[in-house]
Design a protein around this ligand. Sequence first.
Ligand SMILES: Cc1cc2nc3c(=O)[nH]c(=O)nc-3n(C[C@H](O)[C@H](O)[C@H](O)COP(=O)(O)OP(=O)(O)OC[C@H]3O[C@@H](n4cnc5c(N)ncnc54)[C@H](O)[C@@H]3O)c2cc1C
Length: 294
Amino acid sequence: MRAFELVSARDSRHAVALLAEHAPSAKILAGGTDLLVDLKSSPRGPEVIIDISRAEDLKIIARKDEGLSIGALVTHSEIMRSPLIREMFPALVDAAHTIGAVQTRNLGTLGGNLVTGVPSMDSGPTLLALDALVTVVGPAGRRQMPLAEFFVGPRKTILKPDELLMEIVIPKQNLGKPAYFLKFGLRKGQALALVNVAASLWVDWDKHVFVTPRIALGAVAPTVIRAPKAEAYLEGRAITLEAMAEAGRIAVGEAKPISDFRASAGYRLDLIAVLTKRALEGAYALAKAKREAK
Ligand SMILES: Cc1cc2nc3c(=O)[nH]c(=O)nc-3n(C[C@H](O)[C@H](O)[C@H](O)COP(=O)(O)OP(=O)(O)OC[C@H]3O[C@@H](n4cnc5c(N)ncnc54)[C@H](O)[C@@H]3O)c2cc1C
């Protein structure tokens, strides 16, 4: 590991100022669960590490005019405990629960998970299925974009070296949208996903058809992806198990998984079909339960 200078940011504004001063040879430290692993194995690490773990303004979960804002520093454990998230998006709680072990979830942050850009990340699919936006800030100011545009390749995001990820926003039209997350790994705990899937949907109960269905997949392409052809197939279609199974089969054609030591590409393709169908079933069951509870 290369020696580095450690500086601590008081808040997000201070973090952006420190980035402007030290980038490109600086790195943000949030929970450190990914960064420290990287630093240990990298002889050419950053010269400056900017610790943002005390920036309280990045730890807020709040309802705003534009939707639900989750600060980049919110940890996976805090997502699991948040009454707002538990009520509106149990799929985000389920996804957080599958990440590493308790220690990893206590330190690891939502922002860190997204910035790593790892295709198997467990936070990505549900947020993509909810059309989440991300807000980033740098010397040129603030910009917001769909999360889908944030990921550009394996371990690559659109974030510039002097930019900070501030928050993740689930837009207001999707607050409470029924969503379901599933992860398949080689073990039940402490395992990266062979495939993870999230589905979200609204239901037109008069016609009993899918409305704005979303399917997002992880670990099956260079980035977390949506399955737009499967979504288009479902839009406005009568809700049946057969339609969900067909969407799963269509989603298979939208993925490009690799074979590695964890699983073959063929096995992952089979998982996509099965998990997509099950995630749609789960989202629909949630929609039904919410309707019956009214
Ligand atoms: C044992 C173990 C098990 C794990 N299991 C899983 C798992 O099952 N599923 C899963 O998805 N992940 C898993 N991870 C990966 C990791 O825990 C998560 O990705 C975690 O959310 C990373 O967050 P962090 O705050 O620790 O990020 P850090 O390690 O602090 O940062 C990661 C990267 O993001 C950058 N960064 C962080 N925050 C910001 C920000 N706000 N703005 C700009 N850049 C930023 C850092 O500079 C660094 O490059 C595991 C890790 C370990 C060590």
